[in-house]
Write a protein that binds this ligand. Structure first.
Ligand code: GAR
Length: 208
């Protein structure tokens, strides 16, 4: 049984997609052992409670340094003997101390086709606004393994989404979630649960 820990900050629709995929058997042999939010306002916490998943709130400002926040997160995950960590709209940057515990065991969903519109400062609606301002015709979402460099770890799955001429950041965010994020994140977790992902340098090899 794969034990998954999910870190969230906001609405939690990606968390919900993973919960649903586990419940309906798309992701086999997995359970979400804990959902951790960095704000007690995150609606994702309600989604976790509805699904009967233990929750925890760990707030950065309650720790003297970023490293101590990282260690508190890692300790909470380890107390639930988590095998895989999912960042699902988690709006905090994790430092190297976190990854010593979870090398190639942390995934993130990013709402663009990495390496475009990614890295520090590109999160949430800001990403979609930047994409529209640039005049792009196609965008998408990416699931990648997380490394200390923001949005720069090995890419696992990407899916493209057409941009419409009348899109707003909000309409584009909604379509990228519906057409890409809520599909590729559960799929990446499914492949991990089945032991089908192998990281070789920057490449993620998917066993067919
Ligand atoms: C999602 O669009 C996710 O890709 C994005 O935040 C949203 C969270 O929504 N993540 C980032 O921008 C990370 N750089 P959710 O809370 O409903 O899953």
């Amino acid at each position: 049984m794969l034990r998954v820990g999910v870190l969230v900050s906001g609405g939690g629709t990606n968390l919900q997609a993973i919960i649903n995929a586990i419940d309906n058997g798309v992701i086999p042999e997995a359970q979400i052992s804990v959902v951790i939010a960095n704000s007690d306002m995150a609606f994702a916490l309600e989604r976790a409670k509805q699904a009967g998943i233990p929750t925890k709130v760990i707030v950065r400002k309650n720790f003297p340094s970023p490293a101590e926040f990282d260690i508190a997160l890692a300790n909470e995950l380890r107390s639930h003997t988590v095998d895989l960590v999912l960042l699902a709209g988690f709006m905090a940057i994790l430092g190297p101390d976190f990854f010593t515990h979870f090398e190639n065991r942390v995934m993130n969903i990013h709402p663009a086709l990495i390496p475009a519109f990614s890295g520090p400062g590109y999160y949430g609606l800001k990403v979609h606004k930047a994409i529209l301002d640039y005049g792009c015709k196609v965008t998408g979402a990416s699931v990648h393994f997380v490394t200390p460099e923001v949005d720069a770890g090995p890419v696992i799955i990407q899916k493209s989404v057409q941009i419409h001429q009348d899109d707003t950041p909000e309409s584009l965010q909604k379509r990228v979630m519906e057409e890409a994020e809520w599909k590729i994140y559960p799929e990446a977790v499914r492949l991990f649960a089945l032991g089908k992902l192998q990281v070789v340098g920057r490449q993620v090899i998917i066993d067919k």
